[in-house]
Design a protein around this ligand. Structure first.
Ligand SMILES: [Zn+2]
Length: 84
């Protein structure tokens, strides 16, 4: 098995469970889902559990990750401090 960030076989199994639960439908836009997205980001204390995951298509998963208030809260805070 190759080393690939922090996501391994356990994550793959969990992702599949989420996709099957949500019937492979993106919970944001209704398109076909291929990803599992954290409702509460891991940085904010969210866990890798079914309750904290929703099916998501790739564009929505990427969009959420780039949005302020999502995974980059720490970065936003620095911004505010610097730009005021
Ligand atoms: Zn979507």
């Amino acid at each position: 098995m190759s080393r690939q960030s922090s996501r391994g076989a356990a994550w793959e199994a969990l992702r599949r469970q989420v996709l099957e639960r949500d019937q492979y439908v993106c919970q944001y836009c209704g398109a076909e889902a291929t990803e599992a997205d954290h409702v509460i980001p891991k940085d904010a204390g969210g866990r890798d559990e079914l309750d904290n995951l929703v099916a998501s298509c790739k564009p929505c998963n990427a969009r959420k990750g780039n949005r302020i208030g999502g995974r980059i809260t720490w970065f936003n805070r620095r911004w505010l401090a610097g730009v005021g």
